[in-house]
Write a protein that binds this ligand. Structure first.
Ligand code: HEM
Length: 442
C-alpha cells in the first residue's frame, strides 16, 4: 500500500442528535456534500459507501475483505436470531446452499394460490370498513398479511393466532435496538422485559412446531423440514441455536421487508392520484379476476411502482460490512476492522443517476429508462454473493398484493401530515397510514 489517502471526512459530532432516527437522511446529506465514500470520524469510525463503483468493489469484487460482521451485525442478532443473515464462513456457505432451492422460481410460483387466497381474505375483511366509510390503519393489516403468508410458506403453518405477538416482539425488538446505544440488555427496563416475554413465547411456538414436525409422518416440503433433515445428518453444523435462529431470521426478514415496501407503495399511490389512475387502468385489464403467473408480465406498471418504492424506501437502507484486513477502496486507504455502511438509501438518491431523486416516478423503471444504468446504482436486494435469498418471492408477493388491492379499492389517505420515515433495522413508516376505502369494480 503506497500512500494512505483518507476518504473525505465528516466529524461524528455532526450526526449527534440525528442518529439513529434520521440516519438515512444524514447519509444522503453526506453523499451530497462529500461524495460516494465518506469517513465519519469520532469515537468510532464509520465509512459510508454510496457510489456504484465502490459498491461494486465492496459487494462483489472484494467480498473476502468486506464481510458482514462487527458490532452493528451483533445488534441485529437480538431481532433476527443466529441465522443466515449473521453467519459467515463455512456455516454461511453450507446454509445458503441448503436453503437456496426453497426460493427457486419454480417453487415460489407454487405459492401464488396462497398469496391470492390470503390477500382476498384481507380484502373481504376490509369490505365492512368500506361500506361504513370507516377510517382504517394499514400498518398492522399489511404486516399481518405478509407475516401470515411467511408462516405458511416457511413452516406450512397457520400462525394467525400468534400474529399479534410476533409483530409485537419485532416491534419492541426494533424499538429496543434504538436504545441499545444507551442501555445494555440486562437492565430490566419495561421494554426489555416485554421483549424477553414476547421472544420467549415466539421461541416456545418454534419449539412446538419442531416437536410437531419431527413426529409427523407426512412432512411438507418447506424450510422447516429441510433444516430438521439437515440437522440429523452426521456431522451436521446446525445446532439447536442455529435452527431456532434460522426460523426467527426467516420469519422476521420474510415479513418486515415486504410489508414495509407495500406500505410505502400504497402511501405513494395515495399521494399521487395520477400514478394510481395508471395502476387502476392496468389492473382493470384483468376484468376483476385474480392475477395468474402468466398475467404478471402484462402488469408492468404495477411492478414499476414497487421498484420505484424500493428505490425511495429500500427496507434495508444500510448494508453492514467490516474489513478483515487493511485495504484500498478505489484510491482510498481503509484500515482493518473498519465498519462500513453501504447505503442503499443514499445510493438510490444520487442525483448523478436519478434526476430529481426525491420525485416518485415509476417510469424510471420502464425497459427504455433502465437501459445503461449501472446495476450497482440500484441495489434494494443487495448484490453479489450475499444478495437477498428471497428477492424473487418478495417481488412476486408485492406485485400480486398491490394488483389485488388496486382491483378492489381506491385508497383515500386520511393522514394530513406526511408520514415520517423511521430508520432502524428496516425503513418503516413511523406513523399509522390511515385511509378510507372506496370500492372499485367487483
Ligand atoms: C422487499 C423485500 C426484501 C428486501 C428489500 C430485501 C433486502 C435484502 C438485502 C438488501 C439483503 C442483503 C443484505 C446485505 O448484503 O448485507 C438481503 C438478504 C437476505 N434476505 Fe432479503 N429482502 C427482502 C425480502 C426477503 C424475504 C421475503 C426473505 C425471507 C423469506 C428474506 C431473507 C433474506 C435473508 C435470509 C438474507 C441473508 C442472505 C445471505 O446473507 O446469504 N428477504 N435482503
Amino acid at each position: 500500500m503506497s500512500k494512505k489517502k483518507t476518504p473525505p471526512v465528516i466529524q461524528f459530532t455532526d450526526v449527534l442528535g440525528q442518529l439513529p432516527e434520521g440516519s438515512g437522511d444524514v447519509l444522503e446529506l453526506y453523499m451530497l456534500k462529500k461524495g460516494g465514500l465518506v469517513k465519519v470520524s469520532g469515537s468510532e469510525e464509520l465509512y459510508i459507501v454510496s457510489d456504484p463503483v465502490y459498491i461494486q468493489q465492496v459487494m462483489q469484487k472484494d467480498t473476502e475483505t468486506y464481510q458482514r460482521r462487527g458490532r452493528y451485525v451483533d445488534y441485529l442478532l437480538r431481532v433476527l436470531g443466529r441465522g443466515l443473515v449473521v453467519h459467515n464462513g463455512s456455516l454461511w456457505r453450507n446454509q445458503r446452499k441448503r436453503i437456496q432451492p426453497q426460493f427457486h422460481p419454480k417453487r415460489i410460483y407454487s405459492f401464488i394460490p396462497l398469496i391470492i387466497a390470503e390477500t382476498k381474505q384481507l380484502l373481504d375483511r376490509w369490505e365492512v370498513a368500506a361500506q361504513k366509510n370507516k377510517t382504517l390503519s394499514l400498518n398492522d393489516d399489511i404486516m399481518g398479511l405478509v407475516l401470515n403468508m411467511a408462516t405458511h410458506i416457511l413452516f406450512s403453518k397457520d400462525f394467525s393466532g400468534e400474529i399479534a405477538n410476533t409483530l409485537n416482539a419485532v416491534k419492541i425488538g426494533n424499538r429496543m435496538l434504538r436504545y441499545k446505544f444507551i442501555l445494555p440488555d440486562w437492565v430490566p427496563t419495561p421494554a426489555n422485559i416485554r421483549f424477553k416475554r414476547a421472544l420467549k413465547r415466539l421461541h416456545h411456538n418454534f419449539r412446538e412446531l419442531i416437536t410437531e414436525r419431527s413426529a409427523a409422518t407426512n412432512k411438507p416440503d418447506d424450510l422447516l423440514s429441510l433444516l430438521l433433515e439437515a440437522q440429523q445428518q452426521a456431522d451436521s453444523d446446525i445446532t439447536d441455536e442455529v435452527l431456532m435462529g434460522e426460523m426467527q431470521t426467516f420469519l422476521v426478514t420474510g415479513h418486515e421487508t415486504t410489508g414495509n415496501t407495500l406500505l410505502w407503495a400504497l402511501y405513494e399511490l395515495c399521494r399521487h392520484p395520477e400514478i394510481a389512475e395508471k395502476v387502476y387502468t392496468e389492473v382493470d385489464t384483468l376484468n376483476g379476476r385474480a392475477p395468474e403467473l402468466a398475467d404478471l408480465d402484462s402488469l408492468p406498471y404495477c411492478r414499476m411502482v414497487i421498484e420505484e418504492t424500493l428505490r425511495l424506501y429500500p427496507p434495508l437502507w444500510a448494508l453492514i460490512r467490516q474489513t478483515m484486513c487493511e485495504t484500498e477502496l478505489g484510491d482510498y486507504y481503509i484500515p482493518s476492522e473498519a465498519n462500513l455502511f453501504v447505503s442503499t438509501y443514499a445510493a438510490h438518491r444520487n442525483p448523478d443517476y436519478w434526476p430529481e431523486p426525491h420525485r416518485f416516478d415509476p417510469e424510471r423503471f420502464s425497459d427504455e429508462n433502465k437501459q445503461g444504468r449501472s446495476k450497482f446504482a440500484y441495489i434494494p436486494f443487495g448484490i453479489g454473493p450475499r444478495v437477498c435469498i428471497a428477492g424473487g418471492l418478495a417481488m412476486l408477493q408485492a406485485h400480486i398484493i398491490l394488483v389485488m388491492i388496486a382491483q378492489r379499492y381506491r385508497l383515500l389517505i386520511q393522514s394530513f401530515n406526511p408520514v415520517n420515515k423511521d430508520f432502524f433495522v428496516t425503513l418503516k413508516p413511523r406513523e399509522q397510514i390511515k385511509v378510507k376505502l372506496l370500492r372499485r369494480g367487483s
